[in-house]
Ligand binder design. Structure first.
Ligand code: WQD
Length: 320
């Protein structure tokens, strides 16, 4: 099938593009290169430089007879979204609505949306399943939830078909080593640990060791980007062969603490990885992990690369 991937030069997008191409799809990438990395653009795909904030550019690319849109062009820093909500509203809300409206106008009816665990907010129970209350704690999570709700309305009113995929903590790099461009200015734990191991940063700050967890540091559910990519292709196949829409978690089901991550990274890299304990980061829940039963039962999806060793060693291949 011929598909469009917005944000196809980005960290997760470039992995999704490879998986689509490897499974026989024809891919058009649409990216404004604000955070995309040129060397991660797969040569087998057609690249279109453009912005989801420009309806004329979106309209033009949707006329390329694509049958589905994978939407991964968004701002994703939760902390930043609390400081500049207007930028997140513009890009994540206005941009996505432009894209959806243009899809309706051009009779493109399948949409695979990059949603987030951030739609849940602080966990009321663990592991988080899809029935968990939706109470985002940051503006970023709010933008993802708003789009999920628009998708549900557009499905009802306009027959849009959609899969909203709620990623937990995306991490890792292509296990075949084909995506080699690193994310710029990462703020997430695993790339920061890698930068410290590689000597690009002097050390790491651990945000709090007084949480109610076995070693006192925050626990998260890290999911490998190759596993995420696999779920995207399976979601497209699902929309093609079924009539219902999907709203589901993509998680490994296993939580690792910050100190467990550092310890394993020391073993894999052979580097000391110095750290200091600092105050908690505002808005951080202590413990977050999830069930992906729906992805398993509906998509036949199971994570294959989301153990801590594979996550970190696939990253070290790039960072070393
Ligand atoms: C993980 C753990 C930190 C950095 C964020 C977004 C979320 C989602 C994924 C997109 C926490 C600790 C981190 C550091 C640390 N994004 N940490 N020192 O906050 O779980 O999730 O990314 O959908 O919306 O909020 O990920 O990688 O920042 O933190 O101690 O330098 O590592 O406190 O316990 P987070 P993270």
């Amino acid at each position: 099938m011929k598909v469009l991937v917005t944000g196809g030069a980005g960290y997760i997008g470039s992995h999704v593009v490879r998986e689509l191409l490897d499974t026989g799809h024809e891919v058009v990438i649409f990216d404004n290169m604000s955070t995309g990395v040129e060397m991660n653009i797969d040569q087998r795909a057609k690249f279109v430089f453009g912005d989801i904030l420009n309806p004329v550019e979106i309209d033009a690319v949707l006329k390329e007879s694509v049958v589905a849109v994978f939407h991964l062009a968004a701002f994703k820093a939760a902390g930043e979204s609390m400081l500049v909500p207007e930028q997140y509203a513009h890009n994540n809300l206005t941009g996505t609505i432009n894209l959806l409206n243009s899809m309706l106008a051009n009779q493109v009816d399948k949409f695979i949306f990059s949603s987030s665990a951030a739609v849940y907010g602080n966990p009321k129970y663990l592991p988080i399943d899809e029935a968990h209350p939706l109470m985002p704690e940051n503006f970023y999570g709010f933008t993802k939830l708003e789009i999920e709700q628009i998708l549900t309305w557009y499905a009802k009113l306009k027959g849009l078909r959609f899969a909203a995929l709620r990623y937990f903590n995306a991490a890792g790099y292509d296990v075949q080593g084909r995506v080699r461009g690193k994310e710029r200015n990462p703020a997430n734990l695993l790339p920061v640990v890698m930068e410290v191991a590689a000597g690009e940063r002097p050390g790491l700050e651990v945000f709090g060791d007084d949480y109610d967890t076995p070693d006192g540091t925050g626990i998260r559910d890290y999911i490998h980007v190759n596993d995420l990519a696999d779920a995207h292709v399976k979601a497209l196949n699902y929309l093609t062969t079924n009539s219902d829409n999907l709203l589901l978690n993509l998680a490994s089901g296993i939580g690792y603490s910050v100190l467990e991550v550092i310890e394993e990274a020391r073993k894999i890299t052979g580097r000391p990885i110095p750290y200091e304990i600092v105050a908690r980061r505002t808005g951080d829940p202590s413990d977050l992990y999830a069930k992906s039963n729906q992805a398993e039962s509906k998509l036949g999806w199971k994570p294959r690369y989301s153990d801590l060793t594979t996550l970190l060693s696939s990253m070290w291949e790039i960072y070393k």
